[in-house]
Design a protein around this ligand. Structure first.
Ligand code: AMP
Ligand code: GLY
Length: 450
């Protein structure tokens, strides 16, 4: 699928009728598979002129222009945006959002997609999120909040195991530990509070009940007042088949989720999204951007595990290829407060995304391995999103833990899986590992909803 072939002309007319058809330059901030997918989808918009990615990867360099600026170098990013007359900047990762990149862009009068620093606290402080959920009676795991190690230890003594220990702040996805017994609990608390393994993020922590069920990733576009749900998805967090091995950033995804139908969707809107937005507003916080609640679907209904304030990775790589509508007007509507007026169309075909990772990931791994087979693996149904890749002397080599996310659409989950794995089998780099069971749990289930 090339950008030209799938370019929707309707968008032109929609924008024209709103008197706003001026092709814009877009800057996508970040360098992962999520950012490649965002840039790829935005590039298909008739209203987009050029796409820049900062710092990007070898994949984003093929559809746009990479800019050698880190996602956390705000002054260089705003300078670039001003000097190049960027019409919209889309923030991919959580760290710049938590550090207030959106506030800085807004102060300088630059148009940006993402929540402000105070809104992004929903992700950057699990305690803030938990307190808000409590206040608005949003279903979530019961939890206790600790500022002192002695109190946390005393609580562990009275606890039933397993129990979940969470650092309050951002900890590169490593701040959640499921402790199977009191010893593991004490080690986790000490690592966070005394050793400060995650720095300030572990100064305070939550100890919460361990929920049983299946997880589901939801994405909502939010404009301050209204929200629009995107297609549902499921991630595969563990490194190895059968959900074994260490936690990773995500080894694969599929969309739609097989555990979230229309009934749960209505319940979720009423019990989570609406009270959450009300609660934020009552606290003087306007949330604009993408909100990604991670849910556990338990026997008692959906429970919120966490809120993320950005698109998921690798969920985005499974969701966006199913989005038939132009993404740009949707992001614009979230910024402008007009999401109530948009329609979002989805491809009914499911998508399966397989992540190809460096040998050793999520622990130590080597980089600089040449990648072959990328051209033969791509096809009409298959999209190869780059994550940890870079160009070196004309060749594409590995440069990170998660290297590629290979997405295929198909008539059925089985067909999409077969197609994705066929493409994966054509791609090689030394040490590559990937899970063989992505979306396997969805094979026997009739998918409902988006
Ligand atoms: P979080 O960063 O809060 O999403 O946690 C990361 C992962 O830890 C989740 O995706 C779940 O797999 C797991 N997790 C978090 N909280 C709980 C909980 N209360 N019960 C069971 N598993 C949890
Ligand atoms: N895939 C989970 C995340 O993006 O946080």
């Amino acid at each position: 699928m090339t950008a030209q072939e799938s370019r929707p002309t309707k968008t032109c007319f929609e924008l024209l009728s709103r008197g706003r058809f001026v092709p814009v330059k877009i800057l996508v901030v970040g360098s992962g598979g999520r950012e490649h997918a965002l840039a790829w989808k935005l590039k298909q918009s008739a209203a987009v002129d050029r796409i820049f990615c900062a710092p990007g990867n070898a994949g984003t360099a093929e559809i746009g222009e990479n800019v050698d600026i880190k996602a956390t170098d705000f002054s260089a990013l705003t300078r670039f945006t001003r000097e190049n007359r960027i019409g919209l900047t889309v923030i991919g990762p959580d760290d710049p959002l938590a550090a207030g990149i959106v506030d800085i862009f807004q102060e300088e009068g630059l148009r940006v997609f993402g929540p402000t620093k105070s809104a992004a606290r929903l992700e950057s402080s699990k305690i803030f999120a938990k307190e808000l959920m409590r206040a608005k009676r949003i279903p979530t795991a019961r939890a206790a909040i600790f500022e002192k190690q002695e109190a946390a230890f005393a609580f562990l003594k009275e606890s039933h195991f397993p129990i979940v220990i969470k650092a309050d702040g951002l900890a590169l996805g490593k701040g959640v530990i499921v402790a199977r017994n009191i010893q593991e609990g004490q080690v986790a608390v000490e690592a966070m509070m005394s050793e400060r393994r995650f720095g300030e993020a572990g100064r305070r922590l939550l100890i919460e009940e361990c929920l049983a069920g299946s997880e589901c990733s939801l994405h909502a576009l939010v404009d301050g007042k209204h929200f629009r749900m995107l297609a549902s998805a499921r991630d595969h967090k563990r490194a190895f088949d059968g959900d074994t091995g260490p936690n990773t950033g995500g080894m694969g995804a599929f969309s739609p989720a097989n555990n979230f139908g229309d009934e749960l969707s209505g319940q979720f809107d009423r019990e989570v999204m609406q009270p959450l937005l009300d609660g934020l507003r009552e606290g003087g916080v306007t949330y604009r951007g993408l909100l990604f609640p991670g849910l556990m679907i338990t026997a008692d209904g959906p429970r919120v595990l966490e809120f993320n304030c950005r698109f998921g990775d690798p969920e985005t790589q499974a969701i966006l290829p199913r989005l038939k509508s132009d993404l740009l007007p949707l992001l614009e509507a979230a910024i402008d407060g007009t999401l109530d007026g948009v329609t979002i169309e989805w491809d009914a075909q499911p998508a399966v995304t397989v992540v190809m990772a460096s040998g050793g990931y999520p622990e130590k791994y080597e980089v600089g391995k040449p990648i072959s087979g990328l051209e033969t693996a791509a096809s009409e149904e298959v999209q190869i999103f780059h994550a940890g890749t870079r160009r070196e002397n004309g060749a594409i080599v590995t440069s990170g833990g998660r290297v590629l996310a290979v997405t295929a659409l198909g008539e059925t989950v089985a067909a999409a899986r077969t197609c994705a794995y066929e493409a994966v089998s054509k791609i090689h780099f030394e040490g590559c590992h990937y899970r063989r069971d992505i979306a396997q749990s969805a094979l026997s289930v009739n998918l409902g909803g988006h």
